[in-house]
Write a protein that binds this ligand. Sequence first.
Ligand code: ZN
Length: 395
Amino acid sequence: MFQQEIDEKAKTLKLWVRRKRGNRKLVCSGCGRKLLEPHDVTEREVRDLPCFEYRTTVVIELYRVRCPDCGLKIEKVEQLPSKAPFSKRFEEAVGEACESASARRVAKQFGMAESTVRAIDLRYLERWNAERKKPPLRHLGVDEIFLGKTTKFVTVVSNLESGEPLWFGRERKKETLDEFFRTQLSARQRRRIEAACVDMWEPFKSSIQEWSPNCAIVYDKFHIMQHANKAVDEVRRAEFFRKGGRMRDVVKGKRWLLLTRWVHLTADKRQQLNQLFALNRKVMKAYLLKESLERLWTYTYEGAMLRYLKSWTLQLRWQRLPAFEKLAHMLVDHLEGILNYCRVKVRFGVVEAINGNIKTLLRRGRGYKNLCYLLLKAQRMAVTKTEFVAFRKAA
Ligand SMILES: [Zn+2]
């Protein structure tokens, strides 16, 4: 340090730093080539970690090199990872703060624009992602998530063993998943996939069969129960809303009660559901059918699982519940994939947890225009286990 400037009023500190050259080699920031001689000297001003209560900037002397490949370039310096006017440790402090707080709050804390905070956070995550070792992909998860009116549906591909999302794709067509296989995996990596947990959705199935033919398709509990919940909701609407008036008031606000498992309801909420059931037998039957379908995954032997599914389907006779008849047909049509649960041991609940994490991020971040940023955020979250809320609930 050879010069300093303190502004007591504005609480700013500016330091001039000269680095010792010694006989170290200079590195071209364009290509990484090592060079012996500097071309000239220049200066860069970057924001660094605060000194006491002073907002601190550092002016660093830097060499420029004349690289045979890149021409006149600034030397590469470890502490200055990008062209942005921030030191590496400052960016790290901002990135770390962003792990547990919203960009808006971090912006306030550091006295910067929110967009700047997001840009720093993105670089912080990109550096982390470039350096880390990525686990092999043996169990694949595919899910779709609704990102709001503009982006609509996004397909989320994840690694079920490591519990992290791997890729986001627009829409949920066969082409979407095709793009993942084509651009993200080598032929060898595709062959190594043993199982895939997906929803009963033809486009995904045909994409997997095309790109990874030896991979077992498993229709997981999470997705099947989503369909069961939809069926319950259909019955609720058919039974109460068409009747209008008084009945409609009784059922108002009860939707989520019907979609919640009995074990997760308090005595008070159970009472409310019982009142609803007293009014309508069909809604009660639908709820019980959904609850009993959940037991399907307590079986680990194919024969037992199949027997249970058959007896479940038989209960639908004479019930006049078209939504559940449709569901039963769907289950029978996808039988192999359901029974695969007994043949391939995949971690269930992971897709659900990742889904929950992304939703938390979206709520906190008020929309991510940059899907790469959202993906990195969700990956970091999964790896550091910052917010595996759904996981804890499932356990
Ligand atoms: Zn170069």
